[in-house]
Design a protein around this ligand. Structure first.
Ligand code: OAD
Length: 236
């Protein structure tokens, strides 16, 4: 571990929310909640069968808002760390849930979008949403139906906030990836960008992935995240 870190970037993936009851993406069968990923996470899938895609994200949103889904100790400790760490801190999540915000994280970007937002296809304006919506829902800016889509980055689309993320990666001295399989570009290459300024790169995951991090810590996020970040705070 790097002593006296001054600037830290943390990347999170589905594994950090697994113990909160949200399924990860990349089960060996290539399905996400029993749907082929191509059907529910690509622009082509939305064009082929918009109703299926609306229903899929409506269900994910209602699941996220249901009682049993809550931030776990990993989300909570990251929020505590952000508030106590004296240096710069950016949390980049690939997750579309709101568990980091609910745990109290503030300097946070959702690079793959958010389940609790929808976007107008005409104006690109983004609106908060907790209800179900579909092709028949009136858009809040156009005042007519048919223009709304989930504010989710699908395969083949550009992730959000890339300038801010790259700037932080290029100037950080510690980069930590938590609960991500490293299968999806560009997030899978962040540790290499961080290494440009010789940042120490650390992976916290249930299993060791094939990426070339300097350090791998294996275990459940709710156990290893508080432990790792507590040590990092003590070293500051
Ligand atoms: P994946 O489902 O690909 O990987 C989840 C990782 O979390 C795996 O490496 C698991 O071993 C690990 N994991 C599971 N349970 C864990 C636990 N309790 N503690 C720690 N680690 C655990 O999810 P992502 O890497 O986040 O993109 O997937 C990246 C992107 O692919 C997603 O953001 C999504 C998807 O397609 C879009 O929707 C654009």
């Amino acid at each position: 571990m790097s002593a006296r870190a001054e600037s830290i970037v943390v990347l999170t993936g589905a594994g950090i929310s697994a113990e909160s009851g949200i399924k990860t993406f990349r089960a060996a069968d290539g399905l996400w909640e029993n749907h082929p990923i191509d059907d529910v996470a690509t622009p082509e899938g939305f064009e082929r069968n918009p109703q299926l895609v609306y229903e899929f994200y409506n269900q994910r949103r209602q699941q996220l808002l249901s009682d049993p889904i809550k931030p776990n100790a990993a989300h909570s400790y990251l929020a505590k760390f952000e508030h106590e760490f004296p240096g710069k801190f950016l949390l980049v999540t690939q997750n579309v849930d709101n568990l980091h915000e609910r745990a109290g994280s503030e300097n946070l970007v959702h690079m793959h979008g958010e389940l609790l937002k929808m976007r107008c296809l005409n104006s690109q304006l983004v609106f908060d949403i907790i209800e179900n919506f579909n092709f028949d829902t009136n858009c809040r800016c156009c005042r007519s139906p048919g223009n709304l889509r989930p504010h989710i980055v699908w395969f083949g689309e550009m992730p959000f906030h890339m300038n801010k993320i790259n700037q932080a990666l290029e100037s950080c001295d510690v980069f930590v990836a938590i609960g991500t399989s490293g299968n999806v570009y560009p997030a899978s290459g962040f540790y290499q960008t961080a290494k440009i300024r010789r940042a120490r790169t650390v992976e916290l995951n249930l299993e060791r992935t094939s990426s070339g991090f300097d350090e791998h810590i294996v275990g459940n996020a709710s156990e290893i995240v508080p432990k790792y970040f507590e040590n990092l705070l003590q070293a500051c």
